[in-house]
Design a protein around this ligand. Structure first.
Ligand SMILES: Nc1ncnc2c1ncn2[C@@H]1O[C@H](COP(=O)(O)OP(=O)(O)O)[C@@H](O)[C@H]1O
Ligand SMILES: O=c1ccn([C@@H]2O[C@H](COP(=O)(O)O)[C@@H](O)[C@H]2O)c(=O)[nH]1
Length: 268
């Protein structure tokens, strides 16, 4: 099971449409940045500030999806290389771009999607541990190459790049890989120098220019996180205002019940 799943994507709420039957498109946020830059932690902080963290997962209106769920199936030869620490998981070719694009398009179309969990210990997807994502207000999609694929990049309403110093990232990655991903120190350091660092420079770092907001120091940057949360709230409030305008004639005969408004919308 992915080590990022504790706050993630499993939400059991029923698909929520607008009161007029219109499909509600989520606010889709892309979060990119190098390994261990704090992408997942930034997503977690955003959820906390939107009042979503302590909520039962079945009631959540904000979900965060990891790009790691979109690693492609490896061939037997590639699996053997991965076991020896010689498969490049930081290269764009390691991902299933088509599945990633289709999933995000479906999310934007207000559809329920199913994605697999990822197991870093076995370097493989867990097809038996599927995460179901029902329509919600806000979807965050985070990963090292979130902005690499142009068709995927164009789908985001907001693009964040978590920009954390590379020494700090390495200092975080080593204990994480050793303690949580079952690797020894030599393997982790060799892998970082041979694959992670060169791929970051070639494929991830150049995508910073596509970001709307660059977040230096990641989750430590509380000012940046507060500004982003305010922007998300504004977007959602504007949408509520627009939908209420649209519903005006109906409202005279059928008042909108509070139950039609999602928990996140009720915040303001
Ligand atoms: N601001 C921070 N200060 C200290 N540790 C942090 C901070 N942000 C993240 N971490 C830790 O660094 C590791 C990687 O963070 P994570 O958010 O999972 O990064 P990413 O999602 O970019 O790989 C985790 O162990 C996390 O707890
Ligand atoms: O089987 C795998 C697959 C990926 N990785 C590493 O994960 C990071 C991306 O995840 P972050 O949470 O952004 O760090 C990437 O650098 C891969 O090298 C892995 O170790 N094993």
């Amino acid at each position: 099971m992915s080590d990022k799943s504790s706050y993630l994507s499993v939400n059991g709420v029923k698909p929520c449409g607008m009161s007029n039957g219109e499909v509600k498109q989520p606010f889709l946020i892309g979060v990119a940045g190098g390994t261990a830059s704090g992408k997942s932690t930034v997503c977690k902080r955003i959820m906390e500030q939107l009042g979503q963290a302590d909520m039962d997962h079945t009631q959540r209106q904000v979900v965060s999806i990891s790009q790691d769920s979109f690693y492609r199936e490896l061939t037997p030869a590639e699996k053997a290389k991965a076991e020896r620490g010689q498969f490049n998981f930081d290269h764009p070719d390691a991902f299933n771009e088509e599945f990633m694009l289709k999933t995000l398009q479906d999310i934007l179309a207000g559809k329920k999607v199913e994605i697999p969990s990822y197991d870093y210990r076995t370097n493989s997807l867990c097809p038996d541990q599927v995460i179901t994502i029902y329509p919600v207000d806000v979807v965050m999609f985070e990963g090292i190459l979130t902005f690499y694929f142009p068709a995927i990049r164009d789908l985001f309403h907001m693009k964040l790049f978590v920009d954390t110093d590379s020494d700090t990232r390495l200092a975080r990655r080593v204990p994480r890989d050793v303690n949580e991903r079952g690797r020894d120190l030599d393997t982790v350091l060799n892998y970082y120098l041979n694959y992670v660092k060169p791929a970051f420079e070639e494929f991830c770092s150049p995508t910073k220019k596509f970001a709307d907001v660059i977040i230096p120091r990641g989750a430590d940057n509380t000012v940046a996180i507060e500004l982003i949360v305010e922007h998300i709230r504004d977007f959602l409030n504007n949408r509520i205002a627009r939908s209420q305008e649209f519903n005006l004639p109906l409202a005279a005969t059928k008042p909108k019940k509070p139950d039609n408004i999602s928990p996140l919308q009720r915040l303001h």
